[in-house]
Write a protein that binds this ligand. Structure first.
Ligand code: SAM
Length: 373
């Protein structure tokens, strides 16, 4: 049985806590984690269960769930360097980088813990700047990682569906089974809800869960608290299986330091970094014919990684995109200060001349996109 005393404490000291909040790190609080643990169990405890937390922070909640379920392999992604290093000590495989650019398979996780950053970002659609919720972006990117019948635990702001994104309420209604329950999180501080349910087999059960949609869109909904004791019929998480591919688009200093400290893993990181998508068998599809003008973008995105040859020689090419987030204080109201986060995508292209192995070219083109949280 999981012991409540094993849950790591939320506080790291008043000053550090304030810093974390200022940088938008709203990790799942321990009381909410305990309530979630009371609601879940492994379906096949003898098989290893594969858990994904695509925005894993310091890996605390993923680690607590794994301890509770037993026989669990934890996978995660985290953009912040310090949190990544901490998560790497607690989880089996963590990548350091932007989870929106994670390279990983679909349909492998038996359990997905989804607590992404909250806020609004701007993106281009049909040539126009439009606002989109971050939660929606992360959902679009990661919903497919769970196997059909896999267990989703989503911790989200309570106003997200009725105030910000009715579209996301439709997506959850299409995605989740009829036994889904929406709880209120244990702490009122972040005004969160906890959605627990299974990914529906849409071929067998095509009708959306309209009760769930209506509940998510009702801002007066009277939601139950998370269970105080283990449920007699908990939500069961199936095992899933290991992903074939799970890596970031770039190698960072922090990722190298973790890889060096794990025997054998450094060679694997290097292999991942230098293997081209074409060599590893993945083919890119383009909606229009590729023209010469597309080459810089293809290089920067890593789409042309690998060995490129022409009459002048052979080159090893590597392109990366790094997301850098800067958070500053914006407008202050009586009770709070709105933080503004700006995401910059820094592209970098490196090429080595294979006859000398000299680094011959580095291109650096920061391009910025604005986001408010
Ligand atoms: C709400 S916290 C959740 C942490 C953890 N899953 C939990 O529930 O305690 C969101 C985390 O996402 C991280 N994050 C923000 N943007 C990210 C991105 N683009 N890629 C990966 N992680 C990101 C933040 O640094 C933060 O640690």
């Amino acid at each position: 049985m999981f012991d409540k005393r094993n849950l790591s404490s939320l506080s790291s000291g008043a000053r550090q806590d304030a810093n974390k909040l200022a940088r938008g790190y709203y990790r799942t609080d321990d009381k909410t984690t305990l309530g979630i643990l009371h609601a879940i169990a492994a379906k096949d405890p003898e098989k290893p269960l594969f858990l994904l937390d695509p925005c894993c922070g310091e890996g605390i909640v993923a680690h607590d769930i794994a301890e509770h379920l037993g026989n669990t392999r934890t996978y995660g992604a985290e953009i912040d360097g310090e949190r990544f290093l901490k998560a790497s000590e607690k989880m089996d495989r963590v990548v350091h980088g932007d989870a929106l650019y994670l390279t990983a398979n679909q349909s492998w996780a038996g359990l997905m813990f989804f607590n992404p950053p909250y806020g609004t970002t701007q993106t281009k659609s049909a040539g126009k700047e439009v606002n989109i919720r971050l939660e929606e972006l992360f959902w679009i990117r990661h919903a497919s990682r769970l196997v059909t019948g896999g267990l989703l635990i989503a911790v989200l702001p309570d106003y997200l569906f009725f105030r910000e994104s009715r579209k996301l309420a439709d997506q959850f209604a299409n995605y989740l089974s009829d036994d889904t329950i929406v709880y209120r999180a244990e702490t009122a501080q972040f005004k969160q809800i906890v959605i627990i349910g299974h990914r529906r087999d849409r071929q067998r059960f095509p009708t959306p869960n309209l009760d769930l949609r209506n509940l998510l869109l009702n801002h007066d909904a009277d939601l139950p608290s998370l269970p105080q004791e283990p449920l007699s019929s908990p939500f069961l998480a199936p095992a899933g299986h290991a992903p074939d591919i799970f890596h970031a688009s770039s190698l960072t200093t922090e990722a190298v330091s973790v890889a060096i400290s794990n025997d054998n893993s450094f060679d694997k990181e290097l292999e991942r970094m230098f293997l081209s998508e074409t060599i590893s068998g993945t083919r890119f599809r383009s909606v229009a014919a590729i023209r010469e003008g597309h080459i810089p973008a293809l290089l920067a995105s890593g789409g042309l990684d690998g060995i490129v040859q022409d009459e002048q020689g052979a080159y090893l090419v590597r392109g990366t995109v790094n997301t850098v987030i800067e958070v500053t204080d914006g407008e202050a109201t009586e009770n709070s200060t709105k933080t503004i986060s700006t995401r910059k995508h820094e592209t970098r292209i490196m090429a080595w001349d294979l006859s000398t192995f000299d680094l011959i070219d580095i291109t650096d083109n920061p391009a910025a996109r604005k986001e408010t949280a």
